[in-house]
Design a protein around this ligand. Structure first.
Ligand SMILES: [Zn+2]
Ligand SMILES: [Zn+2]
Length: 346
């Protein structure tokens, strides 16, 4: 067993504290990773606060993990000691169902094993990346290209793939008009990736406060959704809308922005059901869809795409004793655009 230093939380209203956790002995297909950087995702906060259902505390969150391979099992073929690698939102799946067979492990029919707050095949609770080490089967590890720094790579493992996958699936590219709703951790990645894919990108954000950044990230237009004129002006415009907002919004207003056969994809996950007036879909054969992270093969493809196009998230590096403060700032939308924890401060 490897003892890892970690930061854990004991309950919905509790602060993070220093602790130690045990990582399993390496199985023949396992890799031991020394974690260098761990991103802070909004999902970590929802989970730590118990907002997505009951949690078995203590909880060590973190599913944007970047580090170095320090040991490999006897059967590992893809990675060797010293390799720069990443782990995202899942660490295992059944490998046999039709979705796993297609490389869409995130949609495993038996349920994928989430990186934290899950139960692995040994029956043990999974603990995430706010820790110095993690053991993962090699099939759920991705390679970080040489020209992406580890601190920039980490947020790609959740925010990057969560936005890359629907943009890729629904064909964002030259000649396509794509709108990104929300300019937070997910939204700013979506803007960068969609524009690198060649789409014409518009940001729809509550205010114009991040307009300069949005245009710098590659957006062509930037509109405030607090201005009702935005919706009349842009009616029927977009082939694809990626909604990164996890709060309840007026879906019909956003559907009205889609062109014939346009699709609105939710990657944000509001806890409450959303109201939909079906007339706003049937009028122009519009679709309302959802998408969740991406498979391992697609995650590697996304990293290689980001390396090729020099795409990196905009990050703020913090020490491990500032996680609580970072959570508060994320909830106050006071982050540009992703916190990552320097694990050497653990
Ligand atoms: Zn996440
Ligand atoms: Zn499966």
């Amino acid at each position: 067993m490897v003892t890892a230093k970690a930061r854990a939380v004991d309950g919905p209203d509790k602060s993070f504290y220093e602790t130690e956790i045990q990582r399993r002995d390496l199985d023949i297909n396992d890799i031991l990773i020394e974690i260098k950087i761990s991103g802070i995702c909004h999902s970590d906060i929802h989970t730590a606060h118990g907002e997505w259902g009951p949690v078995n505390y203590p909880l060590v969150p973190g599913h944007e993990i970047a580090g170095i391979v320090t040991e490999v099992g006897s059967n590992v073929s893809k990675y060797k000691v010293g390799d720069r690698v990443g782990v995202g939102c899942m660490v295992d799946s059944c490998g046999e169902c039709k979705n796993c067979q297609k490389g869409e492990e995130q949609y495993c029919l038996k349920g994928n094993v989430p990186t934290y707050a899950g139960v692995d095949k040994y029956g043990e609770p999974t603990q995430g990346g706010y820790a110095t080490h993690i053991v993962v089967t090699e099939d759920f590890v991705v390679r970080i290209p040489d020209n992406i720094e580890l601190d920039a790579a980490a947020p790609l493992l959740c925010a990057g793939i969560t936005t890359y996958s629907p943009l890729n699936h629904w064909g964002a590219g030259p000649g396509k008009k794509v709108a990104i709703v929300g300019m937070g951790g997910l939204g700013h990645m979506a803007v960068k990736i969609a524009s690198a894919m060649g789409a014409e990108v518009t940001v729809l954000s509550q205010t114009l406060s991040k307009k300069e950044d949005g245009l710098e990230f590659g957006a062509k237009e930037y509109y405030a959704t607090s201005d009702p004129e935005t919706f009349s002006k842009l009616a029927g415009t977009f082939d694809l809308i990626i909604n990164t907002v996890s709060a309840k919004i007026d879906m019909d207003a956003y559907f009205s922005l889609l062109t014939l056969d346009g699709t609105l994809v939710n990657v944000g996950a509001p806890a409450e059901p959303l109201a939909v007036n079906v007339f706003s879909l049937i009028g122009h054969r519009r679709s309302f869809a959802g998408s969740m992270i991406g498979g391992i093969r697609e995650t590697q493809e996304m990293l290689d795409f980001c390396a090729e196009h020099n795409i990196a998230p905009k990050i703020e590096v913090i020490s491990a004793d500032r996680i609580d403060e970072a959570y508060e700032r994320v909830l106050a939308s006071d982050v540009k655009y992703r916190f990552v924890i320097d694990i050497s401060t653990m």
